[in-house]
Structures are given as C-alpha cells and as structure tokens.
Design a protein around this ligand. Sequence first.
Ligand code: PGH
Ligand code: CA
Ligand code: NA
Ligand code: ZN
Length: 311
Amino acid sequence: AYVNTKVILDKANKEGYGVGAFNVNNLEFIHAIIEAGVEKKSPVIIQTSQGALKYAGDGDVYRGARLFVKMVREFADSVEIPVALNLDHGSKLENIMACIQAGYSSVMIDASHSPLEENIAITKDIVRIAHAANVSVEAELGQLAGIEDDVVAEHSVLVDPNEAKRFVEETKVDFLAPAIGTSHGAFKFKGTAKLDFDRLKEVKELTKIPLVLHGASSVVQEMVKIAEANGADFGGSKGVPSDILKETVKYGINKVNTDTDLRMAYIAGLREFLNNNPKEFDPRKYFATAKEYTKKVIMDRMEVLDSVGKI
Ligand SMILES: O=C(COP(=O)(O)O)NO
Ligand SMILES: [Ca+2]
Ligand code: NA
Ligand SMILES: [Zn+2]
C-alpha cells in the first residue's frame, strides 16, 4: 500500500527499529526494492534526489516527479507492504513543489548549509505548504562532508542538540536528519568509522521525533570485490559498518538513507554479467544479475535495521 512516510516512521520510532530509505533513478532499482520488501515483509521508503527528477523526466523535473509517483504507486498499490516515496535533499522550491503536486509521500527541505535562522524560516514555510497537502517533511541540521547535489562541504559540521530542540519546536518538521559524522558516497572514513553517538542520544532525548541517518551505506565489500574483479577501481572505499549502524538505530535513528550500497551492488552485477556474457544484448538479461545483487544487499540491510516483519 502507498502510505505517508510519517505512517512508516512513527511506527519505527515507537517500536525502535530502522527503515531503509533507498534512492532510485530508474524502474530497475524500484523492482529490487519492492521485491526485497515483499520477501522480507518490510516497509520501504523509496526516494529520489533532485537529479533523479531531472534524469527520469529527461530534463523536466515536473514530468520526473509525476513519473516516479505513477511507477511507485503502481507497485505500492499491488503489494501488502507499506511503501512511501520521498524527495531526498530538496533544496530548490521548484523541485519541492513538483513533488508535492505530483503526490509524493514526503519531501526533504535541505537548508542545512544555511544559517540556523534561515533554515528555520525556510523549513517552516515548506512544512506549512506540505502539511496542507498531507505531505510530511524532513529537514537537516549540521553538514555532512562531501558533496550534496550542488553544495560542497569541506568537512562535516556536527549537529548541536540544543539547536535541534529549538528547530523542531519552531518548524514542526516531521523528521530530522542530524549530522553525526557520516558523509555521502563510497569513501566515508579515512581511518576507523566513528560517529558521535552522544550527540545522537541528546538529539533524540530533546526532540523525540523520527531521526534520519544520511550517508548510511556500509559499502558492502563483497560487492566491491565482485566489481573490482570485473574492472572497477573502488580502492579505499569504506562505509558505515553494520554494528555501528545498529547502534545508531538503538540510539534513535529510524530512517536510514541508502544509495551507494545499491549502486555498488548494481554495478557489480552488471560488470560481472557483461564480462561473462559477450554475446548477450537483451537489457532484460544484462540487468537481471544487477537487480539480484541489489535486492540481496537491500534484504541484508532490512535484517540489520530490524525492519523485517514490521508491516
Ligand atoms: O544520504 C544518502 C545516501 O548516502 P550513501 O551515499 O551513504 O548511500 N542519501 O540522501
Ligand atoms: Ca545538507
Ligand atoms: Na532524505
Ligand atoms: Zn543524504
């Protein structure tokens, strides 16, 4: 069933487990996510970046938003598990409005690189507009190192728990993404993975709402190795280990943003298939292994997050 993201995350918050929020750019990744959710009887959040709207709409973000709602709703309405569709890292009003108008379950307004007062003001406006259309809202406090669509942050700026309390009270935002040391992509840590659990615990204590972990991919080495055995060069890649991910869920993370792990699995399957099947040119064949590997890492993640059976 197609649901509001709040339905999925309020339950996860109440019962203390995590739900994967999986990024997609095309139909094939939607297949992997839905199949994994059905097999594991797990809720799923499917999400698209602003770039995905442009990509799927072939340059038109309004068309992209409508297309994703139609594709996701079609699958969601044909399965029992709860499925939500979220705009990830919305920063431009045009993309946020396109998604609200198209019927997304939720939108993220990411103004975390702006001063606090500005982030509060913008988020307040989006919450008012989105709630009027029964769409829930995610916002972010602090900054992840690395690149977010069009914003480059040299280093991460960790969340201030007291700012988080004020932010949630003033904006009435539904979900909050506190920066606690992760970053996007496949190269998250130079040395050992270390997140600021104390800040996370404080943010949860002070806000009580569902929290979101960005940059949460583990960079599954099994997939990295298959990709590298078939020509990829992902040297130095490192993500959030599963045991650390479990700790973040224990301390209050409920939405776990996962993009890189799906990309790694997909490219591993694609490279392996293409190298082993020089005569094949049917996309339904050469995308099959890629989907299977992607579905596998999603199902494994549902076990780690403890969202299995939670429908
Ligand atoms: O935060 C993410 C995804 O992070 P990863 O690169 O770790 O998958 N999307 O908003
Ligand atoms: Ca941000
Ligand atoms: Na998001
Ligand atoms: Zn993110």
